[in-house]
Structures are given as C-alpha cells and as structure tokens.
Design a binder for this molecule. Sequence first.
Ligand SMILES: Nc1ncnc2c1ncn2[C@@H]1O[C@H](COP(=O)(O)OP(=O)(O)OP(=O)(O)O)[C@@H](O)[C@H]1O
Ligand SMILES: [Mg+2]
Length: 240
Amino acid sequence: MPTLVVEDLHVNVEGKPILRGVDLELERGQVHALMGRNGSGKSTLALALAGHPNYQVTRGRALLDGVDLLALTPFHRARQGLFLAMQHPPEVEGVSLREFLRLACSERGQGFCEFHKHYPSAVAKLAMEGLDSRGLNVGFSGGEKKRSELLQLYLLRPKVALLDEPDSGVDVDALRLIAGAIRDLAQSGTAVLIITHYPRILDHVPPQSVFVLEDGRVAERGGYELAHRIAEEGFEEVLR
Ligand SMILES: Nc1ncnc2c1ncn2[C@@H]1O[C@H](COP(=O)(O)OP(=O)(O)OP(=O)(O)O)[C@@H](O)[C@H]1O
Ligand SMILES: [Mg+2]
C-alpha cells in the first residue's frame, strides 16, 4: 500500500477552485516527480497537504499510512511524518538553524547525544558549515535556503517528503549535494515527491513516476521519460 494516498482532492484559494480532483499515490522508498505549467497548482497541492490555512480543502481525502491527514493540524501532520520543503522558505529571526534542528529532532524523540552524532556529517553533506549558527534562513541566498530545507529533511527523515522546486536557483554543485541527500532519503524509506520544471535534478535522482498537473487534476502520468518529453516538446504537445 502506498505511504501517501491522495484521492479526489479539491482545494480552493480565496474562494477560487485551484485543485479539482487530484489523485496520486506516493510509494515508500520511491522518488516521484510532479510537473505542470506555472500556476497549475503544484505548490497549492503541497501547501494544502501540509495544512496551510489559506488553502481550503472542499472535497477528497489524503491518507498517510492510513491516517486521515486532513483531520489533523499542521503540527500533527508533521508529527505523523509529513515534511514540506517550501518553494520560498521563510526567514525566522531569533532562532539559529542549528538550534531549530536540535529542537525539532528532540521533539521527534532524538536525544542530545544522538543528534550530535549525526549532525556534523549532515551539515557537511549539504555544505552548510558556517551557516547553521545564523538565524534560520535569515539572509541566506536562494540556493542556501534550498540546502537549509534539505538539511532539515535529511536530519528529520520523514515518511513523506514534498519538495517544492528544490532545484530552483541552485548552482550545479549544490544540485549534486541536494540530489545526493534526496537519494539517501529515498533509500532509507522516505516517499519523495519532487516538484520541478526541469529534468536536470531528475537526471541525478531518477523518479519511478512522473505526474503532470493540468486543469486542477493529474492529467498525465508516466515514467522518467515523460519529464524529458515535457522538456523537449513542452506542455502543449504532451498534454494534447
Ligand atoms: N494566496 C493566494 N491568493 C490568490 N491566489 C492564489 C494564492 N495562492 C495561489 N493562488 C493561485 O493559485 C494558482 C496556483 O498557484 P500555485 O502557486 O499552486 O502554482 P504552481 O503550479 O506552484 O506554479 P509555479 O510553477 O509558478 O510555482 C495560481 O493561479 C495562483 O495565482
Ligand atoms: Mg509553485
């Protein structure tokens, strides 16, 4: 059974229907990709699943290992094992990235010593040395924010990771680091969804399935080759 099952999800934003019956499944230990034109609702799907209050679910279900996610607060969705790496990660003054991570891991039941055993290698893996003592994402460059999201994900090891454009604004070296962390996560059992516009990141982390969002629904599904077809031919041709 898939880890995350989304069925007939309808979502309104400011009273306007954006998602109109999304169905998708994310499997444990597999990488999936979600593509679609600008404004097709990819971030809306991720934010609605995470429980953002501006995104009203009007119909449908989302089950994480059989648990009804939509009945839970955002905090309890995260506790259940859902993680969202945002397209535009916010800056949070007053708490360092390192302290934020220590508290998050402790909330998940990880002791101080265990945290310090894994922490240095995770920071090195995402080249975040020197940035982790600064305020969470405060003044981080676009690519640094993406690596910061991945560091959180890498340490927290959620059951389901929704990654909203982890590759946007990221240089080639950082893309390799990010892709390596995503591969490790999937290998350790996380069900991963990469929202992206380009097959570049997928060349480093080949997805088992690719979904295309159009008109508020998953209009097309396929394998890795679908991402390349979209890059070469465009949405107009592929969704014809
Ligand atoms: N808070 C909001 N208020 C009004 N409209 C919104 C809001 N959030 C999203 N929308 C609208 O919902 C639609 C879907 O937006 P969304 O951000 O989900 O698209 P996306 O597929 O992630 O696009 P992109 O590829 O550009 O990131 C857009 O038309 C957008 O303008
Ligand atoms: Mg988006």
